[in-house]
Design a protein around this ligand. Structure first.
Ligand SMILES: [Zn+2]
Length: 262
């Protein structure tokens, strides 16, 4: 930035008096000028309109390698304090968002509401290809809530990436011809195949509106007897380090795969 651009830039920076982020030990410099929906500042750099923390990084810290993101160590998207900026891969940038989102969680009750940083991270990570199951593991809220965040049904005022993969069709209340059925025959078959593939009951249960014990019963064939699919049981295998591993044993021969696969 030349002198004139720098003066104009600094006129829109508000240096905080106190440290507000738990991840850094100096105060943030908040951008008060124009912002993009993501919370990033936006300004004229003398040649073109650029994201302000990138301008700041280039001016005080040096060039940004091609293809790299400028990451916020403080977790504040509008901060332009060069001491809070560093370069890294898109992957590291995503990991930062998860960490910043989660760390604020420690100060709140477990199972409480999502923060703005969480919502931001969830949408970014979904756009980057993370699955609902992986997101549900990383953020301590139910999968339904993550789904609503991605769909934009909640947190409507918060940043939404332009390119979002579509959500999978919900399996809830499909084929319910009696009261307790929340899952269809196809779901049951899919669960059983996943168990054969060695997925844990917990991992499978995340994707269906039934409890883990129910998934375990389904995979054992304790109920849902007409639904098809291979049945398995888990055999405990003690390990030398004292922990327990499980081996999946197929107890009912698999029917022809072509007719059976979901
Ligand atoms: Zn900062």
């Amino acid at each position: 930035m030349d002198e004139k651009t720098l003066a104009r830039f600094m006129a829109k920076v508000e240096k905080q008096a106190e440290v507000t982020s738990p991840h850094v030990d100096t105060p943030c410099w908040l951008w008060t000028g124009a912002k993009k929906a993501a919370g990033y500042g936006n300004a004229w750099n003398g040649k073109t309109v650029e994201i302000t923390h990138r301008m700041s990084h280039r001016h005080w810290n040096g060039p940004i390698p091609a293809g790299k993101d400028v990451r916020h160590l403080c977790g504040e998207p509008s901060c332009v304090n060069p001491a809070h900026l560093t370069t890294g891969s898109r992957r590291q940038n995503m990991a930062d968002m998860v960490r910043h989102g989660r760390s604020t969680k420690g100060e709140r009750n477990p199972g409480s509401e999502l923060t703005r940083a969480d919502v931001y991270a969830i949408r970014h990570l979904w756009a980057a290809g993370m699955s609902l199951r992986q997101l549900a593991r990383r953020f301590p809220v139910a999968r339904g809530q993550i789904r609503r965040v991605i769909a934009g049904e909640s947190w409507t005022h918060c940043y939404m990436p332009r390119q979002m993969p579509p959500l999978p069709v919900e399996t809830r209340h499909v084929g319910a011809d009696h009261g307790r059925a929340k899952i269809s025959d196809a779901d049951v078959v899919a669960m059983r195949w996943r168990a054969v593939a060695g997925e844990s009951i917990a991992a499978i249960a995340v994707d269906y509106p039934v409890s883990r014990p129910t998934v375990a019963r389904i995979c054992r064939g304790d109920g849902w007897k007409e639904s098809g699919g291979p049945l398995t049981r888990r055999v405990r295998v003690p390990r030398s380090d004292g922990r327990t591993a499980y081996r999946v044993e197929i107890t009912r021969p698999t029917p022809p795969r072509c007719a059976d696969m979901p």
